[in-house]
Design a binder for this molecule. Structure first.
Ligand code: GTP
Length: 596
């Protein structure tokens, strides 16, 4: 294939702006797939993805298209559409020379449109603005085109206006790509060189690596990790794996290298001809887990089974980091590191749905860095590891927390409330722009810990669901943080410890204790709930026993009736977990944990 007739492109968009629908239309138009009656999208494969309507794992496809008497090979590199997966977006973009920036004609520019634009802009690739859903009654393509001009300095007149759903103007897209996206610039006669930008585990063939071939054409490759691999199969995604004898410079396709585990495939790795190891492509910094949470089986007898399920699930998601953990309150479990809270939610949901797991998950924690006066450093992924107040006072030089730069886009009328929310979450405003007379774009620098709890929910509440939000990591800052411990009847419950900013310690402690009281309100014995920081009790609630209420109904009479009632009460506790000797239902606990 002449490299001049290859185009590698992607589609970037805010969630729900129609990326998958457009991708399917393009595959139909190029006859890669036949028109589907069931309207199911080809590129979104996993069950959770379909349910949540979000693309979690990038899926790519190749197509052939005839234009002005020539046959072109077009490689569509799919990108995930959520902020937790920005890292995957940038690695997908590194394999393209151009991208379609897709914006909903009714909703206009949203936070992820902005974030994705900058990721593409940073890669220096061609950006083609496309306004989708112009068939909607609420569509206002002219307004959206002018937003695009204001926000990105892309001429409004150059925006394509389409409806992926009703197939309007979709036929303009592939010609525009061919005309405006440069072909890849590799050399077929040079030794083999390829960039690995995605990989997944296939139950039948094992690890599959998606690579963009930069130079050469060869079947034997050797990794820059200096491991040698034999290529047992290679080919293109058309749209399923379709073997071909070789892949050449400019092409994007899959390689089966007989890797034992997904962890062997390092995204951003460069592969070379084993006799010509050259300079690796600028790699990506590997995804660092920024949200950690403990996962525990509800029933300790499920430990082995769950261990197996988690191991299997991480085969198809190498960005999850696993460590074993033991909690005095919850028993044996794992501490898992995720890219963000959505990533965590998706993982939990898959564990429950695909592996029928019955689990409890603790409040998400961000990683904290501790600098001790003696020069040593410690990275904290679990609040229980955080030094107590005495130790902080005596030995710690500084504590640092991860920060993010966030973009929030919304209607003008919620401006005041959103600024108050950001302020209460220790945010500092960086930018305030009007995209048009009603749409506001705010940029805030916020501690990550403040956005991984219920920030997004609050934002949605304030804006009746219309605010959109995205963030990128922005280093670490010094912070005055303390650990709050919870005790039940004077026994510390390690799983309930959290890290707080000193200024919020009192309010949050009082609130936690109150909410804990509500959570624990159906117990058989008296409980005293306390929140402590260091040796100081910050908040306290007492809960009197409930047992007599159940038995009271039988007026002390019949013993067997009494037993029956008590047993009934036991049955109601099927999905309950004992936390520090107190039984709590899984749903209630999860609900409790996901609020700040
Ligand atoms: P993620 O995978 O979550 O990023 O979403 P997406 O951007 O791939 O969006 P998807 O293609 O799933 O479309 C979201 C919704 O918009 C679906 O209900 C589509 O049917 C609808 N949709 C897509 N394109 C159009 C269009 O041109 N017009 C109208 N009216 N609806 C559209």
């Amino acid at each position: 294939f002449d490299i001049g007739q290859i185009r590698n492109f992607s589609i970037i968009a805010h969630v729900d702006h129609g990326k998958s629908t457009l991708a399917d239309r393009l595959l139909e138009l190029s006859q890669t797939i036949s028109k589907r009656k069931d309207n199911k999208q080809v590129l979104d494969k996993l069950k959770v993805e379909r349910e949540r309507g979000i693309t979690v794992k990038a899926q790519s496809a190749s197509m052939f298209y005839d234009y002005k008497g020539k046959r072109y090979l077009l490689n569509l590199i799919d990108t995930p559409g959520h902020m937790d997966f920005n890292f995957e977006v940038s690695r997908s973009l590194a394999a393209c020379q151009g991208t379609l920036l897709l914006v909903d004609a009714a909703q206009g520019i949203q936070a992820q449109t902005v974030a994705n634009f900058y990721l593409a802009y940073g890669q220096d690739i061609a950006i083609i603005p496309v306004i989708n859903k112009i068939d909607l009654p609420a569509a206002d393509p002219e307004r959206v085109a002018s937003q695009i001009e204001v926000a990105f300095e892309l001429p409004a007149s150059e925006c394509l206006q389409i409806s992926a759903k009703s197939n309007l103007n979709v036929d303009q897209i592939l010609p525009t790509i061919i005309e405006n996206v440069p072909s890849p610039s590799g050399n077929i006669n040079k030794p083999f060189k390829a960039l690995l930008f995605d990989s997944w585990y296939d139950t039948y063939v094992g690890v599959i690596c998606l690579m963009a071939v930069i130079d050469g054409r060869d079947k034997i490759v050797s990794a820059f990790s200096e491991r040698r691999y034999e290529v047992s199969e290679t080919g293109i995604m058309y749209p399923e794996q379709t073997p071909s004898s070789s892949l050449q410079a400019g092409q994007v396709g899959y390689f089966v290298l007989n890797m034992k585990a997904l962890s062997e495939s390092h995204v951003g790795d460069t592969f070379f001809d084993h006799k010509h190891i050259g300079t690796p492509m600028p790699g990506f910094t590997p995804a660092k887990p920024m949200v950690w949470a403990g996962i525990f089986p509800i029933d300790t007898a499920d430990f082995e089974k769950l261990d197996h399920s988690i191991a299997k699930l991480t085969l198809s998601d190498s960005s999850v980091v696993i460590q074993k953990e033991t909690s005095t309150a919850l028993g044996q479990g794992w501490r898992l590191g995720f890219l963000g809270t959505l990533h965590m939610d998706v993982f939990r949901q898959r564990l429950e749905q695909e592996y029928d797991a019955n689990i409890i998950i603790t409040a998400p924690t961000v990683p904290y860095k501790i600098d001790y006066r003696d020069g040593t450093q410690k990275l904290i992924r679990n609040p229980t590891e955080f030094p107590d107040l005495d130790e902080v006072n005596a030995k710690v030089k500084s504590v640092q927390e991860p920060m993010v730069k966030s973009t929030i886009i919304f209607q003008n009328d919620c401006l005041g409330d959103i600024m108050v929310l950001c302020g209460s979450r220790r945010g500092v405003q960086l930018e305030h722009t009007y995209l048009d007379e009603n749409r506001v774009l705010l940029k805030y620098r916020l501690p990550l810990a403040e956005v991984v709890t219920d920030f997004h929910d609050e934002l949605k509440g304030i804006s009746s669901g219309f605010a959109s939000f995205d963030y990128e990591e922005d280093g670490y800052d010094d912070a005055d943080l303390v650990k709050m411990n919870i005790t039940l009847n004077s026994k510390p419950v390690d799983a309930l410890s959290i890290i707080l900013h000193r200024s919020q310690a009192e309010t949050v402690s009082r609130d936690w204790v109150k909410r804990l009281k509500a959570l624990l309100s159906r117990q058989l014995f008296e409980i005293v709930i306390q929140a402590t920081i260091g040796n100081k009790v910050i908040a306290r609630e007492g809960l009197s026993a409930l047992r007599k209420n159940v038995i009271a109904k039988c007026y002390g009479g019949d013993v067997s009736r009494k037993m029956k009632l008590l047993n009934k009460q036991k049955e109601g506790k099927k999905r309950m977990k004992a936390i520090g000797g107190v039984e709590v239902s899984q749903e209630a606990f999860y609900d409790f944990m996901s609020k700040k």
